[in-house]
Ligand binder design. Structure first.
Ligand SMILES: Nc1ncnc2c1ncn2[C@@H]1O[C@H](COP(=O)(O)OP(=O)(O)OP(=O)(O)O)[C@@H](O)[C@H]1O
Ligand SMILES: [Mg+2]
Length: 400
């Protein structure tokens, strides 16, 4: 077997070249990196103050101010905790504040976290919890979440150990039948939750390299999850009914009160903001996990005005993107206000939040983008309300 050299790596915090992996590409612990990392923390704290993080998120995500604040503070505290951990060895501990996010489909949960991940200096990995299965079942083991983080940290264990893991679609690992149904209920999902719990509790997770099959002699990488911040999110479809039921029970003094409550039908958002740990338990998340997710963050349903702003305001707003594309053909794009409103209304009918906005616009824009390049003339394309509601052709005028 040809001799392989240990792998050297330039530390992203201090730019010093250190030996990080042995000849098998496995990490070597280097105690010096700890101090180097700590030196950089002051700088990172300055750069990641909550209001700065929120400002950045504001450029891409409309509304959801409460969620933005919670996430900004969670990240800032995560940095603080790192600093505290490095500087104080006096036994006091600042506990982790893992976050659970709930909100309707298409309201920006995944989008928020994916933008947040681009901003941060620490490794951040998103893993789809619905793809996880209990060890032994077909699918990905829970360790995959930590492995993704390890790769996001450029295979630097020390960095990975201070990263953030976002588990998306977290509601999909709920026990199908909730707390009431016991023995026969869904052992696979419960197994995933038990495995995740170990991670949330801060155990050392062991996994093999990507593409390497698991077998007893396969070299493994160990990552301590003690300092990893976990954020989980999901739509938790149907949890509003669980909350409503609980509220009704607690408010009903007698039979009459219960009947009255049924008629009122409180709105989804009002209910979801009142979510409590016991509702999540009822939904099918085991209590031990809920105990490890102390910060509950709810997102709001996007109304017509919010959807309208999503079309035009964010840095990556769909309308801005189409304007840029058509400008390259020498064409100005003009979306009439009525047309934008019609797009928003159509999206509301589809009940998938902002998710369907792009598709609705794309339906209209496809023909425009196909036809326009046929000529090099400078023109103006006007999208009217009828283009959205009745499939009318966009107006094309000679550019003034
Ligand atoms: N508040 C928002 N501001 C700007 N864009 C948004 C917002 N909410 C959603 N979007 C857009 O809609 C798309 C779908 O949103 P996202 O994937 O974040 O939904 P989600 O909340 O994760 O839903 P689900 O529970 O179905 O996964 C995103 O690509 C994003 O561009
Ligand atoms: Mg999502």
């Amino acid at each position: 077997m040809p001799e392989r050299k240990p792998i050297q790596h330039q530390c992203s915090f201090c730019k010093r070249v250190i030996e990080v992996h042995d000849q098998y590409d496995l990490p070597i612990y280097d105690p010096n990196t700890r101090h180097v990392f700590a030196d950089q923390l002051d700088d990172m704290l300055q750069k990641n103050k909550p209001h700065i993080i929120k400002q950045y998120l504001d450029e891409y995500i409309i509304n959801q101010d409460h969620a933005k604040k919670i996430l900004s503070v969670a990240v800032y505290n995560h940095y603080k905790r790192m600093k505290y951990g490095y500087e104080h060895e006096d036994g006091t501990e600042i506990e982790k504040s893992n976050v659970i996010m709930l909100g309707p489909s298409g309201c920006g949960k995944t989008a928020l976290l994916s933008h947040l991940s681009k901003l941060l200096d620490i490794p951040f990995a998103v893993t789809d919890a619905s793809s996880l299965t209990e060890a032994g079942f077909v699918g990905a083991d829970v360790e995959v979440a930590v492995r993704n983080l390890y790769y996001a940290a450029d295979k630097d264990v020390e960095k990975a150990e201070h990263g953030i893991i976002y588990l998306d679609e977290f509601d999909k690992i709920a026990r199908k039948s909730g707390a009431n149904n016991s023995i026969t209920a869904d052992p696979g999902h419960e197994g995933v939750q038990q495995a995740l719990l170990k991670m949330l509790e801060g155990s050392v997770v062991e996994f093999t390299q990507r593409g390497q099959r698991k077998h007893p002699e396969a070299p493994t990488i160990k990552v301590d999850t003690k300092n990893i911040l976990f954020i989980v999110g999901g739509a938790f479809v149907g949890i509003d009914k669980i909350i409503a039921k609980r509220l009704q029970k607690s408010s009903s003094i007698g039979f009459g009160a219960e009947v009255q409550g049924k008629d009122e039908q409180p709105k989804f958002d009002e209910l979801i903001h009142q979510v409590r740990p016991e509702d999540l338990m009822e939904y099918g998340i085991i209590p031990e996990i809920i105990g490890r997710l102390p910060v509950i963050c709810t997102l709001e349903t996007l109304d017509e005005d919010a959807l309208l702003r999503i079309l035009t305001e964010p840095k990556n707003a769909p309308v801005k993107q189409y304007e840029k594309l058509l400008a390259m053909d020498g064409v100005t794009l003009d979306f009439e206000e009525d047309a934008l409103r019609a797009v928003a209304q159509k999206a509301i009918e589809r009940k998938t939040g902002a998710r369907s906005l792009k598709g609705i616009i794309e339906d209209v824009m496809l023909d425009v983008m196909y036809e326009i390049p046929k000529s090099d003339e400078k023109r103006k394309v006007i999208i009217t309300k009828e283009c959205i509601t009745d499939g009318a052709k966009p107006k094309v005028e000679a550019a003034s």
